[in-house]
Design a protein around this ligand. Structure first.
Ligand SMILES: Nc1ncnc2c1ncn2[C@@H]1O[C@H](COP(=O)(O)OP(=O)(O)O)[C@@H](O)[C@H]1O
Ligand SMILES: [Mg+2]
Length: 427
C-alpha cells in the first residue's frame, strides 16, 4: 500500500502535534491511551484532536490498538519515518525525497536532495526486518518484542553509524560525509559508485586487495574492526589519473586509460573495538571475506597468509593512531548503548552482509540452496494472519503474535510508501 502523498501535504499543524504526542506517549506506553494523546498534544480535547487522530490513522501514521485494558494508538513505522523526515527538512538536511536505491537487509537507502539540488543519501534503519522473519529459533523472543524496542534499537543503530562515520571521516578514512542523524535515520553524502560486488573485472586485483587489507589494518590501529567488511559494503569509485608525464600511476587499470579504483567504506552498525572479547573472530572474518571474494570473483589469492590479529595488535602498540573506539564512547555512543545494541542484534540474528556473502557463495555451489524465507511466510499464513489489511484495528492484549506480525507488515508497507512521500515545503 502506498502512502497518499497528497494527504500528507494537507496535514495541519494540529495533526502534526498529535503525531508528536503519540510518539512522546510511546516512550512509556506500548499502547498510548487516547486521553494521554490529547493531554500530550497540548490541544484542548474535543473534535479537533479526534479529527487529527482519525486523519493520522487513515494515513497509517498511527494504528489503533485494542489492549486488554484500554484502547489506544501506537506509532507506526510510517509515522516514525515521517517525524524523522520532517525534522531533517526543518534542519535543512533534506529538501525533497527521491527514489529508493537500495534495500539493505537492515535498512532502506533513499536518494534525497538538499535545497541546492545536490543529492544525498537517507538511510533508514530497519533493524531486524529480515531476521525477524527468518530466524525460527528466535521466534519466542520475537513474539514478545515490542514496538518500542524495535524503534529504539533502530535508533541506536543510527546513532552508532553516525558517530562512527563522523569519527572515521575526521581521521581521514574514506567514508561518506555524515550530515545529520535523527531518530532511526541518517543523512550522508551520496557516493557515486557501485559496490565491489558489482565490479566484474578488476585490472590489477593485487593492488586493490592490498589496499583493502591496509584499510583493515589501519582501522585496527585506530582501535576499530569494521565487523561487516565485504563486497557489499565497499563502494568502488573510478578516478581518472592525470599524471604529469602521462604515465599510469602504480595503482592504475593501465590496460584502458589511467583509472584508479578507490574503495569507500560504508555500513557501520556492527563495528567493534579491538578490545572486544570476540575481536579476533571479527577481525579474521573481515579479512577472510575479502580473501574469499577475491579468489572466487577475480581468481586472485595472495601469497601473504595474513594479516593476522596479532599483527594488528602489535602495530597498535608500536604506532597507535587515535583510539576511535574510546572517542565514540565519549561522543554520543556510550558503552551501555553498544552493549544493548549488540545483545539485540545477536538475539534477533542480525548477521550483516557477511551472512549474505556466505549464502551467495553457497548458491554458486548449489543453486537449489535457497534462503528459507518462503517457508517462514507459509508458517505465518498457517497461523491465519495472511493478508490482513494494513492499518486495521489490532487486538494487542490477547495476541502478541498478531501484534508482531502487524509490525512486520508495517515495516514492509512503510518501506514501500516512503517512495511516494514528498516532504512538503511548508514544514
Ligand atoms: N552513501 C551512499 N552512497 C551511495 N550508495 C549507498 C550509500 N550508502 C548506501 N548505499 C547503497 O545502499 C546499499 C546498502 O547500504 P548499507 O549502508 O550497506 O545498508 P545495510 O546496513 O542495510 O547493508 C549499499 O550496498 C550501497 O549500494
Ligand atoms: Mg551493507
Amino acid at each position: 500500500m502506498k502512502l497518499d502523498a497528497k494527504a500528507m501535504r494537507y496535514f495541519t499543524a494540529e495533526d502534526f502535534r498529535v503525531l508528536a504526542a503519540v510518539e512522546a506517549g510511546s516512550r512509556n506506553h506500548e499502547v498510548v491511551p487516547t486521553p494521554l494523546i490529547v493531554q500530550l498534544s497540548g490541544l484542548r480535547g474535543g473534535s479537533g484532536v479526534h479529527r487529527s487522530i482519525s486523519n493520522l490513522a487513515k494515513t497509517n501514521l498511527i494504528a489503533k490498538v485494542k489492549n486488554a485494558k484500554y484502547d489506544g494508538y501506537r506509532l507506526t513505522y510510517g509515522g516514525l519515518d515521517y517525524l524523522a523526515l520532517n525534522t531533517h527538512q526543518k534542519q535543512k538536511s533534506i529538501y525533497s525525497v527521491g527514489n529508493q536505491v537500495g534495500v539493505g537487509k537492515e535498512s532502506d537507502i533513499i536518494v534525497v536532495a538538499a535545497s541546492d539540488g545536490s543529492q544525498r543519501i537517507l538511510k533508514i534503519h530497519r533493524l531486524g526486518r529480515i531476521s525477524f522473519r527468518t530466524v525460527k529459533t528466535n521466534r519466542d523472543y520475537l513474539r514478545n518484542r515490542s514496538t518500542g524496542s524495535w524503534m529504539y534499537m533502530s535508533r541506536l543503530a543510527a546513532i552508532k553509524e553516525f558517530t562512527f562515520m563522523k569519527a572515521l571521516r575526521e581521521n581521514g578514512f574514506p567514508v561518506p560525509e555524515p550530515i545529520a542523524q535523527n531518530r532511526h535515520t541518517i543523512v550522508m553524502s551520496l557516493i557515486d559508485a557501485f559496490p565491489l560486488r558489482q565490479i566484474a573485472k578488476v585490472g590489477n586485483p593485487a593492488v586493490l586487495y592490498a589496499e583493502l587489507m591496509a584499510m583493515i589494518m589501519k582501522l585496527a590501529r585506530y582501535g576499530l574492526i569494521h565487523g561487516d567488511f565485504n563486497e557489499f559494503n565497499i563502494l568502488i569509485k573510478e578516478e581518472t589519473i592525470t599524471n604529469e608525464k602521462g604515465k599510469a600511476a602504480e595503482n592504475a587499470e593501465s590496460s584502458d586509460e589511467d583509472i584508479r579504483l578507490v574503495p569507500i567504506l560504508i555500513d557501520f552498525p556492527q563495528m567493534v573495538s579491538v578490545d572486544h572479547v570476540n575481536a579476533e573472530m571479527y577481525f579474521d572474518r573481515d579479512v577472510n571475506c575479502i580473501k574469499r571474494y577475491f579468489k572466487r570473483r577475480y581468481g586472485f589469492t595472495s601469497d601473504d597468509p595474513g594479516p593476522f590479529f596479532v599483527d594488528a595488535k602489535k602495530q597498535l602498540r608500536k604506532n597507535p593512531g587515535k583510539r576511535l573506539d574510546v572517542e565514540v564512547e565519549a561522543s554520543g555512543f556510550s558503552r551501555k548503548m553498544a552493549r544493548e545494541l549488540e545483545k539485540y542484534m545477536k538475539d534477533v540474528g542480525v548477521d550483516g552482509d557477511a551472512g549474505s556473502a556466505e549464502r551467495s557463495d553457497l548458491d554458486d555451489d548449489n543453486e537449489n540452496d535457497d534462503y528459507d524465507e518462503d517457508e517462514d511466510d507459509e508458517e505465518e499464513e498457517d497461523e491465519g494472519e495472511g493478508d490482513e489489511a494494513q492499518g486495521e484495528e489490532q487486538s494487542f492484549g490477547d495476541s502478541k503474535d498478531q501484534h508482531a506480525d502487524s509490525i512486520d507488515r508495517d515495516i514492509e508497507s512503510s518501506s514501500q510508501r516512503i517512495n511516494g512521500l514528498k516532504v512538503s515545503d511548508s514544514g
